[in-house]
Design a protein around this ligand. Structure first.
Ligand code: PLP
Length: 429
């Protein structure tokens, strides 16, 4: 599979380059030159196929010319060693739980696949690669966990000081080894800006072999398509159209859903559910994309004022607004509505959701009020990652998994960093 740069479609690169090469201009994004379609045979037996088999099939049609089957199977079996269960809450209402990985958020799925792919692609290299990752919380911990002890890879994580939860901070700052955590005096967009500046610095690039692990990297984005297939495979037969509601920030998750749909998955609609950082739902309403400064909310993993993957969405639809706004519906919600939704889920269905999943539930409910369908919302984090909000909203203690209890006892190790590229550059060198 060749990949092209959305900014300059005539720039074609291999999988290895698309994944490992730093993103050298500020907004370069790679996409596969075409989206392959899975066979009807695959879809006919979808219901009897395991998560790992589905993921192998999907990967083989996309990357089978670049990676031998046996290596694909190894990467998948190591990355996806946990379940992604679909739970039924009501007649046509389901929740797909993406948080059963080691850091309890859906980002484990992309990060673990990516780490396996890096190891495969770097197997013959003897130069170290440095991964830079800006995080609003969950990305950094998933990447740190996935790449811990990975040979020939160093990971530098930038997170906004004071804007991630306690648990997220522990997950980011306690790995040690080849993982470095920088606490930036700014917000997520500042962290992302620093990373982008580093990528556009030729000297840094050549000295450190920089690459990205944000969802702008295709290797992280692509595996997120697996669970759309697996979600549908667990669904009892229905003659209603199926929609997925996706709690969205940087829009990697939703973009992966579009890719799954283009690969042939019978998904009727995707719902972009956001907090008040709402430039995509507004675009879907009026056709104007007007990114705004980031607003801080209780769904901090979705506090993104200017989502990088939006341009991938445009590209997947050839910039045709009418097609995009038909396939994707968008809704946004305030923190107050999100807290009420957590309460509602607890009272109606005895389901304790995290705030991000609650936003997805709200978007789905809004859509289902006007449309008869079978709805699945994505639950992207375990409620124990946001205990204060969840307990306040549901009047019920959250169950803390054992792995988290152990984590909270560890000592934080991070470096404080002003919001300045000069300091960041010095640190890297
Ligand atoms: C990252 C994250 C999101 C947003 O996902 P995007 O792919 O950036 O849209 C939603 N929920 C949680 C818990 C996250 O960590």
């Amino acid at each position: 599979m060749n990949f092209y740069n959305i900014n300059n479609p005539s720039e074609q690169v291999s999988l290895k380059e698309a994944v490992l090469k730093s993103v050298t201009r500020v907004s370069d994004l790679y996409m596969p030159e075409y989206i392959p379609i899975l066979s009807s045979e695959f879809f006919n037996k979808l219901n009897n196929t395991s998560l790992q088999e589905i993921a192998c099939n999907v990967t083989k049609v996309m990357l089978g010319q670049d990676i031998p089957d046996i290596s694909i199977e190894n990467i998948i079996n190591r990355a996806l060693n946990f379940e992604i269960p679909l739970r039924q809450l009501d007649k046509n209402l389901y929740v797909l739980e993406l948080f059963h990985g080691p850091t309890l958020a859906f980002k484990d799925i992309g990060a673990r696949f990516m780490a396996g792919l890096f190891e495969y692609l770097l197997r013959n290299e003897n130069r170290e690669t440095t991964i830079l990752v800006a995080t609003s919380g969950d990305t950094g911990s998933a990447v740190a966990n996935a790449f811990f002890n990975c040979k020939m890879v160093k990971v530098v994580i930038l997170f906004p000081a004071g804007k991630v939860s306690n648990i997220q901070e522990k997950q980011l700052t306690t790995m040690g080894g080849n993982i470095m955590a920088l606490e930036v005096d700014g917000d997520f967009d500042d962290c992302q800006r620093l990373v982008k500046l580093a990528f556009s610095d030729a000297e840094l690039n050549s000295r450190l072999n920089l690459t990205s692990a944000n969802s702008i990297n295709f290797a992280r984005l692509f595996p997120q398509s697996f669970y759309y297939f697996y979600g549908l495979s667990q669904l009892a037969a229905t003659n209603k159209p199926v929609v997925f509601s996706v709690p969205s920030g940087n829009f990697g998750n939703l973009t992966a859903g579009i890719i799954a749909k283009k690969m042939g998955l019978p998904v009727h609609r995707l719902i972009a559910s956001t907090n008040v950082n709402r430039c995509v739902p507004e675009y879907l309403l009026n056709g104007r994309f007007d990114p705004q400064p980031t607003i801080h909310t209780i769904t901090n993993a979705m506090d993104v004022g200017n989502p990088s993957n939006f341009r991938r969405i445009l590209d997947l639809y050839n910039n045709q607004y009418n097609l995009i706004s038909t396939d994707i519906k968008g809704y946004w919600f305030t923190d107050e509505q999100t807290l009420r939704a957590m309460n509602d889920l607890q009272n109606r269905y005895l389901y304790q959701a995290d705030p991000h999943g609650a936003v997805a539930y709200l978007g789905l409910k809004e859509y289902m009020e006007r449309n008869d369908c079978c709805g699945i919302f994505l639950e992207t984090a375990h409620p124990s990652k946001f205990p204060d909000e969840v307990e306040k909203a549901t009047n019920k203690k959250v169950q803390i998994p054992e792995t988290l209890k152990d984590l909270m006892a560890l000592k934080k190790g991070s470096v404080k960093m002003p919001n300045s590229f000069a300091s960041f550059r010095d640190y890297l060198i």
